[in-house]
Every structure is written in C-alpha cells, then in structure tokens.
Design a protein around this ligand. Structure first.
Ligand SMILES: Cc1cc2nc3c(=O)[nH]c(=O)nc-3n(C[C@H](O)[C@H](O)[C@H](O)COP(=O)(O)OP(=O)(O)OC[C@H]3O[C@@H](n4cnc5c(N)ncnc54)[C@H](O)[C@@H]3O)c2cc1C
Length: 320
C-alpha cells in the first residue's frame, strides 16, 4: 500500500489535534508515515502510533526553532525523497500552508489548500474544498507530481487505529536558504485558558446584537460551559468589543468546528465565509428573518440576553 506523509504539528512532543485528524484521512488513501521535527520530536511517536502511523520519521536541530519555515521545508522534502509518498498532508495553519506551498514548488507538484475532506480516487486522492465565500463545494485532485494537500482543523474525527509507529531518523541537509530568516525574539501570548479558535471543536460567537464589550462576558460564560473558543463578527470587532484575533469570516479566521453557536449575528456572506463548513450551526437572533436562519441546523428566535444565560445555566446544571 502506498505511503502517505503526514506533517506533524506538535509542541515539545505533544501532538496537536489537527495532526491526529490528518492521520484519519491519510489512512483512507494509504499508510500514514509521520514526519516530526524539532525538540521533542521522538516523544510524538506514541500518540502517532496510537492513531495509525506505521512509521515516524524524526529529526531535531536548533534550526527548526531558530529560523522560520525553510528548515522544515528542507526536512519535508528529504522525507518525500526518502519515501516517494502517494500524497503529503499538512495541517492548514498559516505556517502549514507556507510549508506546503514551498514544498510543492520545490518538488514540482500541484497543491490543494484548506481541504475539508479527502477520499481515495482512481487517479489519486480527491480533496473537498469550500470556495467563493463558501458558496460552492468543490472536489479536485492534483494532476501533476505528488499531491500536497493542506487540511482544515476539524475536518475529520480523531480515531484510534493502533499501528507500529516505528521511529526512524530522517537524514536532513539544510539548504542555503534555511537560515535566511532568524527568529530574534518570542513573546508568549497571554492564555485565556480557552482552545485556539481555528482548532476548537466548539465555537461560541457574538455579533452586534451583543451590544457592548462588557456583554461579551455572557458569550464567554456560554463558551466556558462548553469548553469552547470565543469568536466575534466584524461588527463586534470593529466596535472594539472583542479583539481582531477572534474575528470569524472572510477577513478574519476560518473555523470549521463540530458546533458553531452564533449569537446576535445576522449571517452576512462575509461572516458565513468563515464558518459555513461548521458541522452543526445554532443561531440565537431576535429577528426571525435574519439570513443566518437560512444556514442553521437549530435556530432560536429570541433575545440573546434571555436565551444565552438560560442556556449556560442549563448546560452547567447538566454537567454538574
Ligand atoms: C470586504 C468585507 C469583509 C468583511 N469581512 C467580515 C468578516 O471577516 N467577518 C464578519 O463577521 N463580517 C465581515 N464583514 C462585515 C459583514 O458584511 C457584516 O457587516 C457583519 O458580519 C455584520 O456583523 P453582525 O452580524 O454582528 O451585525 P449585524 O448585521 O448588525 O447583525 C446583528 C444581528 O443581531 C441581532 N440582534 C440584535 N440584538 C439582539 C439581541 N438582543 N438578541 C438576539 N439577536 C439580536 C439582529 O437581529 C441582527 O440580525 C465584511 C464586510 C466586507 C465588505
């Protein structure tokens, strides 16, 4: 069976969830071979094996932390040359997409970004994308070279599928460009204790209907009752009620959680562009004609100041 390379996103050996989702998709099109780089790379092996990696190619060097992107591209290229895979899967983070694009260019292959699903096809893997502000769903495949595909978080379920996960050292020679952009400093982001917006399984968002920065506490309480990330519409962000880093939409972040709860958000096309691929969509809006209701699986016509606190209380009660 053909091997499929999966680029591992990890923090000091702790594998992030989108990589485990990639392993689920990789198993549909071949045998997953993981590529883990940097400090703690070998510590990823147990989790990767548990989720289907037959092999884990590892390499550690200070260049991965000290320089931007290119050392990882060099390593992934070395892995492609060593394995001759049927495809290369990379998480659709900003860094992942840059690595994937540079890799595709180097190996003369086509690339598909922001896939939301992958299935096996007669002529190679077929990727699903949601395009033109999520107005269309397309299926496409790479017709030249080794398909390089980046996949959005939450596109597949994490599944246990124990495999050998044999650790092998990857031989990497860094290119002249590898040390071109040095990291000169790092400032840890203040943690909210909530999951990362683009990776969260549940996102609770607030819009203009929240009517003030102080009222976002309601949205945060609902999010915390569900272990969710907090999102915001551009109207709420532009009003200064919530940071731009939390904006969902065309000019914000693109999310694809299992559950998206929109509160006081009308459902403008530019907002939909960033959340339409969510698996289950719930909206709370006092206007029964709001366009968001065309999109939802469950809709509550009501005042969010009545509905959201009751919902939060009910969830907390049932959890308790
Ligand atoms: C180039 C471009 C890019 C853009 N990018 C983005 C983007 O990335 N993300 C984004 O979100 N927007 C984006 N926009 C803006 C977008 O067009 C909308 O203006 C914006 O999404 C509206 O935000 P909203 O739904 O919060 O506000 P509104 O459209 O004003 O809707 C507020 C909703 O809240 C409801 N409401 C009010 N009070 C209550 C209450 N008490 N209880 C319940 N419901 C209540 C109202 O019925 C209404 O439906 C972009 C626009 C442009 C032109």
């Amino acid at each position: 069976m053909a091997e499929v390379l999966v680029f591992v996103d990890h923090v000091d050996g702790a594998v992030r969830k989108p990589t485990l989702e990639l392993l689920t998709l990789a198993r549909r099109i071949g045998e997953p071979v993981a590529v883990a780089l940097g400090a703690g790379a070998e510590n990823t092996a147990a989790a990767l094996a548990e989720h289907g990696a037959v092999k884990v190619l590892t390499h550690d060097a200070s260049e991965y932390a000290d320089y931007l992107v290119v050392p990882k591209v060099d390593a992934l290229q070395a892995a492609v040359e060593a394995v001759s895979p049927a495809a290369v899967l990379v998480p659709s983070s900003a860094e992942g997409k840059e690595i994937a694009a540079r890799l595709a260019l180097r190996i003369g292959s086509g690339i598909i970004t922001d896939a939301t699903d992958i299935e096996a096809g007669d002529e190679g893997p077929v990727a699903t994308q949601s395009v033109f502000a999520a107005s269309f769903t397309t299926k496409s495949r790479v017709s030249k070279g080794t398909p390089v595909i980046t996949v959005k978080p939450n596109s597949a379920a994490v599944e246990a599928a124990p495999a050998a996960g044999a650790v092998e050292a990857l031989a990497v020679t860094f290119s002249a460009q590898a040390t071109g952009t040095k990291v000169t400093g790092r400032t840890p982001r203040e943690s909210t204790g909530r999951p990362e917006l683009t990776e969260a399984a549940i996102v609770v968002s607030g819009g203009r209907g929240v009517n003030g920065a102080e009222n976002f506490a309601l949205i945060e309480s609902l999010a915390d009752s569900l272990g969710a990330a907090v999102g915001a519409s551009r109207a709420a962000v532009d009003a200064g009620w919530y940071p731009h880093t939390n904006q969902v939409g065309q000019t914000g972040k693109s999310v694809s959680p299992q559950l998206y709860i929109a509160n006081g958000i009308s459902g403008a096309i530019q907002h939909r562009a960033g959340m339409q691929t969510s698996k289950t969509i719930v909206a709370v809006n006092k206007d029964a004609e709001a366009p968001i209701f065309d999109l939802v699986d469950y809709g509550v016509v009501g005042d969010l100041f009545d509905v959201v606190p009751q919902l939060t209380e009910e969830i907390n009660t049932r959890k308790g």
